[in-house]
Design a binder for this molecule. Structure first.
Ligand code: EPS
Length: 355
């Protein structure tokens, strides 16, 4: 039984813990012939990394990625692509005070009750550190989708706490620490985050994403629906608590006459379906939204218990994200890319197999 992999024709497996020696992944099923360099992967890794602004954890990882297999003379070979990154800035002593304590709202509790052992250093396997490898693999998938299908995937911050943001100009989202295209609100976001950091509290975020130029026909009913697999991929990201596809929960209050996307002269007049009907892409942009909870490593004391069932008051020291949702933006893009590429390969295997 293994649950550290996902995908069918493009299979991604990650391994490693936040304070272990190395984290890594294997991407199996990637087609041969695509040029790729560690530097290209690093561009994506830098977007997700901690320590890029004062609004994230200050852990400074180099994230130097080593391509250890599956690439020869700068091109993918069609064999498993293995990527490794050494952890170089873990400070495990920050965690000695909470080694036997459950942070309320943290995987500490459920990991302990499931396994009876936990690597408490930096959250071990439950850490956001694991998502590094998703982004590394996602860099290859994004490049392949663009090269072969002109598919583009982009995510942006659409809400931070109770601050709702417009989509704005998403092409400039990488020029600010919040991944927002609503650039007029950046000062407001900075002030909000500065206040939050001083208070020792944390906040949630909403990330919106779209994939454009996706061809119609991707998705495998009934247990491999494209929307179902996107939802699974998004819910597998640490701290995610909700996923909406297209109109999502707004659909509940919409009349059918409003929700349906009418077609006039071959053109959809709206996109409440989020580009997916019955689990199969329609050719419209695929749109989704992910909710991230506020992080649970707080300087504000909270009531909890230790592993012996004794009451404790928990305070978390160290380097933590007051809003881990902000850094989730490139992770959402990576997961979307990996799922869509897997579906392109699956579709080619069945529908295009006789061509
Ligand atoms: C994390 C806690 C912090 C973050 C880490 C995620 O780890 P540490 O206490 O070791 O500094 O820095 O994020 C990363 C290192 C990363 O690369 O994303 C957590 O509890 O999830």
């Amino acid at each position: 039984m293994s649950h550290n992999s996902f995908g069918k024709n493009l299979v991604f497996t990650s391994f490693g813990e936040s304070h272990g020696h190395t984290i890594g992944c294997v991407l199996d099923g990637f087609p041969p012939g695509m040029e790729i360099t560690p530097e290209e992967i690093k561009v994506e890794l830098r977007r997700r990394a901690t320590g890029q602004s004062r609004h994230t954890s200050q852990r400074k990882e180099k994230d130097d990625v080593h391509i250890v297999s599956g690439v020869f003379e700068g091109k993918t070979t069609g064999h498993p692509i293995a990527l490794l990154i050494e952890n170089t800035d873990a400070r495990s002593k920050d965690y000695s005070d909470i080694a036997e304590v459950f942070r309320p709202g943290h995987a500490d509790y459920s990991y302990w009750h499931k396994y009876g052992i936990r690597d408490y250093r930096g959250g071990g396997r439950s850490s956001a550190r694991e998502t590094t490898m998703r982004v590394a693999a996602g860099a290859l998938a994004k490049k392949w989708l663009k090269l072969h299908h002109d598919i583009e995937i982009r995510a942006w911050l659409s809400q931070l706490g109770d601050i709702e943001l417009s989509k704005g100009d998403v092409s400039v989202r990488d020029d600010n620490p919040f991944f927002t295209g609503d650039t007029e609100r950046i000062a407001e976001l900075e002030a909000y985050m500065d206040g939050l950091r001083k208070s020792g509290d944390s906040v949630g975020a909403r990330i919106d994403a779209e994939a454009i130029q996706v061809p119609a026909g991707l998705g495998e009913p009934v247990y491999g629906k494209l929307d179902a697999e996107l939802a699974l991929a998004m819910m597998s990201i640490n701290a995610s608590k909700g996923v909406e596809i297209g109109a999502g929960f707004e659909s509940v209050a919409q009349a059918g006459s409003v929700h349906r996307d009418e077609i006039v002269s071959g053109e959809f007049q709206s996109n409440h379906a989020g580009g997916i009907l019955a689990g199969i892409s329609t050719g419209q942009p695929i749109t989704l939204s992910v909710a991230f909870k506020p992080t649970s490593s707080l300087r504000i004391p909270g009531r909890s218990e230790n592993i012996h069932g004794e009451p404790v008051e928990v305070i978390t020291k160290g380097r933590h994200d007051p809003c881990v949702g902000i850094r989730a933006t490139p992770i959402v893009e990576a997961m979307m890319a990996l799922v869509i590429m897997d579906h392109v390969l699956r579709n080619n295997g069945q529908i295009n197999s006789g061509k």
